[in-house]
Design a protein around this ligand. Structure first.
Ligand code: FE
Ligand code: FE
Ligand code: MG
Length: 172
């Protein structure tokens, strides 16, 4: 723990640590949801979507790394037991039970939208109080916004393809 670094935080550090640990748990769950989704995926465009899911998995893991570093800096402890991730996480883990590409996209879009709300909230709470965490949350938020758009654009491609495919099949 950095003592001066902790002193300059103008808010309840324990409250902040709870939020950081919640986000940390969410990142691990998001990592696993993406990582496994990329393995089990089935359906049209599965290779393109799997590549994006795999990339996002590595980016979520990098977010977990940034959060763990900040938690330790503030004198906290990142969740030591994975069995607590579900309780700590503000975002749901959506198991990829249905491997259809469209379902996986929908589940992961919902996850990104929850992540966007989580980091927006973290920024609102730390604004003018903890510049280091604010800046960290901004960096992660930028990437979550990018993730949402990546997945929605793949979803749009999939829908267009299915529509056109149906029209073509109907004409044949
Ligand atoms: Fe993330
Ligand atoms: Fe993300
Ligand atoms: Mg991406």
């Amino acid at each position: 723990m950095g003592t001066r670094g902790r002193e300059i935080v103008g808010m309840d550090v324990n409250e902040l640590l709870d939020l950081l640990n919640g986000a940390y748990a969410s990142e691990w769950l998001a990592y696993y949801q993406y990582w496994l989704g990329a393995k089990v995926i089935k359906g049209p465009m599965k290779d393109a979507v799997a590549a994006e899911l795999t990339l996002h998995a590595t980016e979520e893991l990098a977010h977990a790394n940034l959060l763990a570093t900040r938690i330790v800096q503030l004198g906290g402890t990142p969740a030591v037991n994975p069995k607590h991730w579900f309780e700590l996480s503000p975002c749901a883990y959506d198991a990829p039970e249905d491997p259809y590409v469209g379902v996986l996209l929908e589940q992961n879009i919902a996850g990104e939208q929850c992540a966007i709300s989580t980091y927006k909230n973290l920024m609102d709470i730390t604004k003018d109080k903890d510049m280091v965490t604010y800046n960290l949350a901004l960096g992660i938020l930028e990437q979550e916004v990018e993730h949402e758009e990546d997945l929605q654009s793949l979803q749009e491609d999939l829908e267009l393809m299915m529509e056109r495919g149906t029209v073509k099949a109907g004409r044949a």
